[in-house]
Design a binder for this molecule. Structure first.
Ligand code: COA
Length: 173
């Protein structure tokens, strides 16, 4: 692992409209967006601005992963409502030039310590990952999530029905 970038300041903060240009570097990259539900690949600065304004800022819990305060990715947590408010789904991505440096694992660990404070009733964080997305699974494992099993033919996504691995992290973990 390269230590240079990991030793830079990695922080989480809400998105700002001024993140539009930085968002394009990963939200405009098909390598990143092709596995993300609810994201279409951004092609213009205006699309990035609209996405920040309409999706990222109103999101219940979406944080920009920042290096020296510039957005290089995101981590999101989406809580259930009503009787399901004890559990939430987590997702994340980071710009391709930073892959493999441990940054997302660090960001997910930071998110874990924050979301259980922000949502005191939260008991279970979960993530459903395509069986083929090994990097995503590895991040969850390194962050302390438990692999619970495979849901066969569970998710219809972009033309095929995927087997999904389920991971969880409990407030007591
Ligand atoms: C998944 C993603 C967030 C990982 O980010 P990252 O910052 O590279 O993650 P980290 O460096 O913290 O850890 C990645 C781990 O996956 C491993 N990995 C990467 N590609 C792999 C592969 N094809 N097979 C097995 N392991 C792999 C790395 O070796 C590393 O593990 P290690 O530290 O034990 O060596 C990033 O690749 C990404 O944004 N991908 C596109 C969006 C996405 O898939 N989001 C997740 C949807 S659930």
């Amino acid at each position: 692992m390269e230590e240079t970038n990991l030793s830079k300041t990695i922080t989480l903060r809400p998105f700002r409209l001024s993140d539009a240009d930085d968002l394009i570097t990963y939200g405009g990259d098909e390598q990143v967006t092709r596995v993300l539900r609810g994201w279409k690949t951004l092609t213009t600065r205006d699309e990035a601005l609209t996405f920040i304004k309409d999706v990222c800022i109103p999101h219940p819990w979406r944080r920009s992963i920042c290096m020296d305060d510039r957005s290089i990715g995101f981590v999101s947590m989406y809580p259930g409502s009503g009787n399901d408010s004890y559990r939430a789904d987590m997702g994340y991505a980071i710009a391709a030039k930073y892959w493999g440096q441990g940054i997302t694992t660090k960001a997910v660990k930071m998110a874990l310590s924050q979301v259980f404070k922000d949502y005191p009733d939260l008991v279970r964080l979960q993530s459903f990952v395509d069986v083929e997305n090994k990097a995503c699974q590895r991040v969850l494992e390194k962050a302390g999530f438990q692999r619970e099993g495979v849901l066969r033919k569970y998710l219809y996504f972009k033309g095929s029905i995927k087997d999904m691995v389920v991971y969880s992290f409990l407030s007591t973990d």
